[in-house]
Design a protein around this ligand. Structure first.
Ligand code: BGC
Length: 746
């Protein structure tokens, strides 16, 4: 056995941390072609897993329960030499035909492809994906990631984040699916379904209530049982039900006293028992804090190393502290997931990533995700044949569009667009601009017009360019990343001033926002049009230009509320730990301290059930743009609502495109529960995204699961439908609901 001192370069830190290398043989990918009885595909994944388990030695079992470090650790653990360079690598059991697990982060595309010399498509951010409200597109999003993972030699994805936007300043808001559990859970479920359809192990993360980055390793989240079941946990429950995700990643934080990765209530009681989760629980990177306690609580696998689930686990098993049955359960779950997802029968073969195919999906997803927030006087779409001069301003829009950072970061193909070529390798906590140039895309639409650019660094000079142009388009950005939170939802630097000055100089000012989540807009009344482009990915600029010039009719809706100010949030200022305790502390022993446990600090999610729009509704706070809002270049009318009870609740209504352009409308159904339920005023219960030609009208049916009308009763340990009157409201936004009908449910 060899101890190796390693330093963690991945996050640009000279962290000394130790790995114990087990004396195991190293396996390459082993296709399941042997005659072993478990290679019989007609057996169930559980049967196959049990057959393998019977043949495994204790060392082989233990080796499946932890990672071997990351390849960019220096010096490299001998066991990690076969790592593909991703965040996690687990040695397989070649003699039994069980392949290695090669894990890569894959939030909005496969991470680190630049480092491994390949290419990945950057899709629009995950929140942008949620803004499409389009479950088929979510599957295509996942399938693209699955294909590109396989082409790069990975068989497990670390992606599918679904922490609710409870704290919108969370630096990972772009990685998640918004503030509503039904929308978020459904969208993440379809994304993972698409991914696993490509035969990779899908993973849903970070379970649970890791709703901010500040102090994520030290924080104890206090939240009551009913609130968590109906909010953050419900998103996971739905996501798992929709996808059969093979893995769940437990998070860094504590929940009601215990770390999420050794939280018996979250893992054993809720996830594995109540939800019948058959897959395995993988810890977030260095989120394991114990051996026996974590094992008994239901943690199956430690990443990235083996501090608790390597030799310490072996000792615990040998001494009887952890039973063989418990150990076997962890291993069986991992094996079962490998069979169920197809990685044993159909291991990935490295191949060339289909760049053109990736661009096609990325552009379609971006086009479907762009939200038209405001469009006064039909400022948009722009009429390309009539415009003679146009000013493009700000946010490096001459060369690129910004992307989300951290472990989600996808490498831009030629490096950071705002640096000289070759100097653009992704770095932790450094904004990356994708080489997708709005200026070029706009010029392509206006070949004969005078289109000029101003960087926006001097608001007065930008305003004078705008003054002399017929139309001014200001690009504004808000950068987010893992490992940081925003202090405020305000646009950084002097962008508010820039927009106000440009708007004062030009009455035809349009703002395109590139943000991870909500931003505040003190200038909202001064500009004619506002377009939310999110982090728009590899083909963002073309997608934005198509929306601006009307080649595409926007159809996306907000998956989060845009509040008027930070002061209106449930926590007006973000709760921060007394000392910075994330991986970026600069402390060489940070990881060890994290594993040992950092000084606790507390957050109380007293807003409870009132997450997102439910907070503003209940507190009667006006908002800038409500959840579910999004305009179109056409108009829709709603009529004839009919709600019928049954096994599911069936809401049917007529939707008509009353304008002159073809379009797609997200028709949203909300429910107000009886007063006895003691719920926020209303909740999203279902939706349908409907394509309609100009003038076309259609009967739309939304089937509503009874659970979505129920409340969680902690005393009875289950969901219950409170008898009484339920009011159903239907329309195109949470604050524009023209149809209403009440029914009594028992
Ligand atoms: C993140 C995870 C990620 C892991 C591996 C952690 O810092 O929280 O989301 O999958 O690193 O890179």
């Amino acid at each position: 056995m060899v101890w190796l001192a390693l330093s963690l370069r991945r996050k640009m830190l000279p962290l000394g941390f130790l790995f114990l290398a087990l004396p195991l043989s190293i396996s390459a990918q082993s296709p399941g072609t042997s005659n072993h009885p478990w290679m019989n595909r007609s057996l169930s994944p559980d049967q196959r897993a049990s057959l393998v388990l019977k043949e495994m030695t204790l060392d082989e079992k233990i080796s499946m329960l932890h990672g071997t470090g990351m390849k960019d650790l220096s010096p490299i653990s001998p066991l990690a030499v076969h790592s593909n360079g991703g965040a996690g690598y687990v040695v397989g059991v070649p003699r039994l035909g069980i392949p290695d697990i090669q894990m890569s982060d894959a939030a909005y595309g496969v991470r680190n492809s630049g480092e491994n010399g390949r290419y990945s498509t950057a899709l629009p951010s995950n929140l942008a994906g949620a803004a499409t409200w389009d479950v088929d597109l979510a599957e295509q999003y996942g399938a693209l990631i699955g294909r590109e993972l396989r082409a790069q030699g990975y068989n497990m994805s670390l992606g599918g984040g679904v922490n609710l936007t409870r704290e919108p300043r969370n630096g990972r808001t772009f990685e998640y699916m918004g503030e509503d559990p039904i929308l978020a859970g459904t969208m993440v479920g379809h994304r993972i379904k698409g991914e696993q359809g490509q035969h990779v192990i899908g993973d849903i993360k970070h379970y649970a209530l890791n709703d901010q980055e500040s102090g994520r390793n030290a924080v104890n989240v206090n939240v009551d049982e009913r609130a968590m079941r109906e909010t953050d946990l419900l998103a996971f429950e739905i996501g798992l039900r929709e996808s059969d995700a093979a893995a769940v990643m437990c998070s860094y934080n504590r929940v009601n006293g215990d770390y999420a990765c050794e939280n018996k209530h979250l893992l054993a009681d809720v996830l594995k028992k109540d939800w019948n989760f058959a897959g395995f629980v993988v810890s977030d990177w260095q989120a394991t804090h114990s051996t026996a306690k974590a094992s008994a609580a239901g943690l199956d696998h430690e990443e990235p190393g083996e501090i608790f689930y390597g030799p310490a686990m072996k000792k615990a098993v040998q001494s009887g502290q952890v039973s063989m049955a418990e150990l076997d359960d962890h291993v069986r779950r991992i094996l079962r997931s490998m069979f169920a997802s197809g990685v044993v029968d159909d291991p990935p073969q490295k191949s060339v990533v289909d760049v053109v195919g990736g661009f096609e999906v990325a552009q379609r997803a971006a086009e479907q995700s762009i939200v038209l927030l405001k469009n006064e006087g039909a400022q948009l779409p722009l009429n390309a044949s009539a415009i003679r001069s146009l000013a493009v301003i700000g946010a490096h829009s001459d060369v690129g569009m910004i992307s989300g950072g951290g472990s989600a970061q996808v490498d831009p193909p030629v490096g950071n667009a705002i640096l000289p070529p070759g100097k653009g390798q992704t770095r932790w906590l450094e904004p990356m601009w994708f080489p997708s140039s709005p200026l070029k895309a706009i010029r392509a639409k206006l070949p004969r017009a005078n289109v000029q650019y101003d960087p926006g660094s001097d608001p007065s000079s930008a305003a004078s360019l705008a003054k002399n142009a017929e139309v001014a388009i200001v690009f504004a950005y808000q950068w987010e990343s893992e490992d940081m939170d925003l202090d405020s939802l305000a646009l950084p630097a002097h962008q508010d001033e820039l927009i106000a000055k440009v708007a004062a100089a030009n009455p035809h000012t349009i703002v395109v926002v590139e943000s991870g989540g909500a931003v505040t807009m003190p200038w909202v009344r001064q500009v004619n049009a506002i377009v939310e482009a999110w982090y728009a990915g590899s083909k963002g600029a073309d997608a934005v230009a198509n929306v601006l010039f009307g080649e595409l009719n926007p159809s996306a809706k907000l998956p989060i509320t845009f509040p008027l100010s930070d002061a209106d949030l449930p926590h007006p200022t973000i709760v921060k730990p007394p000392v910075k305790s994330t991986t970026q502390s600069g402390d060489p022993d940070a990881w060890k301290k994290i594993a040992a446990g950092l000084p606790l600090f507390q957050i109380s999610y007293d807003e409870g059930l009132k997450v997102g729009y439910k907070w503003y509704d209940a507190e009667k706070k006006p908002v800038l743009f409500p959840f579910g809002h999004g305009l179109s270049y056409t108009t829709y009318s709603y009529s004839n609502l009919k709600v019928e009870p049954g096994k599911t609740i069936r809401a049917s209504f007529t939707l008509q495109n009353t304008g002159t352009r073809d379009g797609a409308e997200v028709a949203e159904v909300y429910t107000s529960l009886p007063a006895a339920a003691e719920e926020p005023p209303k909740r999203l219960a279902g939706w349908s995204k409907v394509k309609l030609k100009a003038g076309e009208s259609r009967e739309v049916v939304v089937e509503i699961d009874r659970q979505y009308l129920s409340v969680y009763d902690p005393g009875a340990h289950g969901w219950k439908l409170v008898p009484g009157e339920y009011s159903f409201q239907v329309g195109g936004s949470s604050q524009d609901l023209p149809l209403k009908q009440s029914i009594t449910l028992k």
